[in-house]
Structure formats: C-alpha cells, structure tokens
Design a protein around this ligand. Structure first.
Ligand SMILES: *Cc1c(COP(=O)(O)O)cnc(C)c1O
Length: 405
C-alpha cells in the first residue's frame, strides 16, 4: 500500500499541465474489475471507446490506442511512416518539440530543426511561412514529413495547425503532416480531418483527465499508405495488426483495460459537456489566469496573443528569483504543485495548468496559492492577480453559459 506520511487536510492541488487531476467519476469507473481482454464484454468496450475517441480527434479515420505514455505514440508516428535516413522538418517551439527531434535522431532520421534563436522561438508559435519557404526550396521532395507540436506544454503556446497545412499545400509539397497534441486534445480546438493532419499524437493524462498510461495515433489514409513502404524497424508500434484487430474491438496484445474504462467515462463527460463548451471553458480560464499574471506585474511566457494556450500559462519570474524556489514555497505552504520550467526555461518560469477537471473556482484557488506563495517568496507584485481574475470571471460578458451539448 502506498504510504503517505504527509497527509494534509483537503485535496492536493495538482496544477501541473499534466498529469491533470483525475475526476472521481473516472477513478470510480477505473475500479471495476479487470475483465478477459478476449471476452465478449471487452469487445463491446473496445468498439465503444474506439468510436468515441474519434469524435474527440474530429476524425472518421482510425485512432490507434497504445498502452504507453505519449512518448510511445511519438515513436509510433515516426516509425510507422518513415524510413532510415529520411529528412523530416521539425519546428522548435519548446522543450517537447526538442525532445521529439532528439527521438527522430535516435531513430535514424535526419531532422531539420527550424525556429527562432535563443528563447524567442519558445515564446511564439510555429511560423507557417518559414515552413512554406523551406518546402518550396525542396524541389526534389527530400523532406518526408513536417512535425509540429500543437500545444507546447513547456511554454503555453498553441500553434496554428491549419496554417501549417495551408503552408504545405501552398508549397505543393507531398510531405506528411505529423502533429503532437498530447496536451491540447480535449482542451484546445483540434480537427484531425479538417486540418489534413496525417498522424495526430496524443496522450491520456492531460485534457482527457485520465491517469498516464494510454496514448494515441489518429491516422490518415495517406499515413496508412506511407506505412506500407516505411522501413524504420517497428513491431509493438505497428499500426497494421492493431487496426485489423480493432475492427472487432480487440488488440493484438493485452490492452490497458482499466484505463479504457476510464476513457469510456471521460468520453461521456467530455461529450456530455460538449466539445465547444469544453473549449470555451478552457479559453475563459486561460484568459482569467493571464489577467492575474499581468496584474502581478509578471510576464506571460507566450509573447504572441494570437497563440496563447487555453491549457496552461507560463509565468516568467523576475531576474533574481528562481522559479523553482517559488514553486517549492507554494508546494510546502499550500500543498499545490505547479509545473517547473523545462529546458531553456529552467528556473526562469513556472507553469500553471488550467486543464481538464478545472473550473472557475479551482482556478481561483490556484491563483490564490500562487499569489500567497509569490508574496512569501518575496517577489514584489504590482497588484493582486486574484482580484483581477475574479473581476474577469464575474463580468457577465466573459461568462460562456452552459449550452446543451
Ligand atoms: C506530456 C507531453 C509529452 C510527453 O508525454 P509523456 O506521456 O510524458 O510521454 C509530449 N509532448 C507534449 C506536448 C506533452 O505535453
């Protein structure tokens, strides 16, 4: 049994941008007994979640579910579609884009990494015109795929994927479009089919409100066609057997049964609220959070308002204040976890997650914890972010009233 010596009253505030808090409904659904993964009940569950998850990706095409973290689904996207030595165009939006690029190198691909120098690229979204320009120069079609991160969780920037699609089309280039929306799915608007994405990679522990442990590849016809000739070694990740067995609701190996119960419950919750309502709620929370940051006199990591993330907000700390030391004060005093600065932003920012099981009052509590912690850590604040956020959330025009799904 897990032993927790430290047992404070109330709930721990898990305000990192994934894993996000798992709702009680989902925890309860996951506690059903594990069943035979070759039996009739399992087949029905499999068919149900495979159909339901398509609505979240906004696709009519197959969605492959792996019993793996998001990183596994990254690998699956690359190994199913590419061959050793293939050039792939990747774009540096932050730490996760950098990790995906490292993986591409490790797999024997040749990633070309576009982006702005220093931390500038970590404050903005993907520049689709730069991608278009690079693709136009590639008259021999050496580039086989364009890989971008939709919601860059290390910074709080949500790139415009439709613009990347347009850029590829404008250049008349046949490259595949591979998109990581591990932290964007079910929180930020995402449209696999409409945006012409070939492989969308996602995971369970962010907007879907599940524990870590399952991840996804939504795949296009073009991606499936590419998989027939792709030569990177793959076995566990191979789409072919999985898609074939998924037709009857089963997997070629033992899937993560209890997480699939959780997924079924999460689908009920998200589709019950209605995807548009879910997106509007995240937008509202993001806006209120940024109002707070500005009122504190601190800087939002994302420097382009057109690509502010509705999932999380990156907060840059003033020179001389280590963001991780502030996080520690907040954790120890208020039992709240905030996201650390990753890679280039280590110590220079913290991240406030406002995704999944999040509402106006969880955000207000989160911001209160931040404000009290910033004060305790001695950070000079221009004003009260809590009051600014309350003002924003209690203004009628900023309320998106619940619509019937
Ligand atoms: C969380 C995350 C990942 C990594 O997923 P894991 O489940 O930790 O393997 C990759 N990309 C993005 C954008 C993420 O938010």
């Amino acid at each position: 049994m897990l032993k927790l010596d430290f047992h404070p009253a109330g709930r721990h505030f898990l305000q990192i941008p994934g894993p996000s808090p798992v709702p009680d409904r989902i925890l309860r659904a996951m506690s059903y007994p594990t069943i035979d993964h070759r039996g009739p009940e399992f087949g029905a569950l499999g068919l149900q979640v495979l159909a339901g998850i398509k609505k979240i990706f906004k696709t009519e095409q197959p969605v492959v579910i792996y019993p793996a973290s998001g990183t596994g689904a990254w690998e699956a996207a690359l190994t199913n579609t590419l061959s050793p030595g293939d050039t792939v165009l990747m774009y540096e939006t932050g730490h996760f884009a950098t990790l995906w690029k490292k993986m591409a190198e490790a797999l024997g691909l040749k990633p070309e990494f576009l982006g702005l120098p220093g931390i500038e690229g970590w404050r903005r979204g993907v520049q689709a015109d730069v991608i278009e320009e690079r693709l136009r120069k590639d008259t021999q079609h050496v580039i086989k795929a364009v890989c971008v991160v939709h919601n860059e969780t290390s910074t709080g920037v949500t790139s415009n994927i439709a613009a990347v699609r347009k850029a590829i089309d404008a250049a008349g280039h046949p490259a595949l479009l591979l998109v990581d929306t591990i932290s964007g799915l079910a929180s930020a608007d995402y449209r696999h089919d409409e945006w012409g994405v070939d492989v969308t990679v996602s995971g369970s522990q962010k907007g879907l409100m599940l524990p870590p442990g399952i991840s996804f590849n939504a795949v296009s016809k073009k991606a499936i066609a590419a998989s027939k000739s792709a030569k990177l070694p793959r076995a566990f990740w191979d789409w072919a057997d999985i898609i074939e067995m998924n037709a009857s609701g089963y997997w070629p190996y033992t899937p993560n049964t209890n997480l699939l119960y959780g997924l079924s419950e999460a689908l009920d919750m998200i589709l019950g609220e209605g995807l548009d309502n879910v997106f509007a709620r995240h937008q509202r929370l993001g806006e209120a959070c940024r109002k707070a940051v500005v009122a504190w006199g601190l800087e939002v990591q994302c420097a382009d308002p057109a690509v502010y993330s509705p999932v999380l907000t990156g907060v840059m700390t003033p020179v001389g204040f280590d963001a991780d030391a502030i996080r520690k004060v907040i954790y120890e005093n208020f039992d709240m976890s905030l996201g650390t600065g990753l890679g280039k932003m280590k110590g220079r920012m913290f991240r406030i997650g406002h995704l999944g099981e999040a509402n106006d009052l969880t955000l207000m509590a989160t911001l209160s914890g931040c404000e009290m912690g910033l004060k305790l850590a001695g950070v000079p604040l221009a004003g009260s972010g809590v009051l600014a956020a309350m003002e924003h959330l209690s203004t009628k025009k900023n309320r998106s009233l619940l619509k019937v799904a």
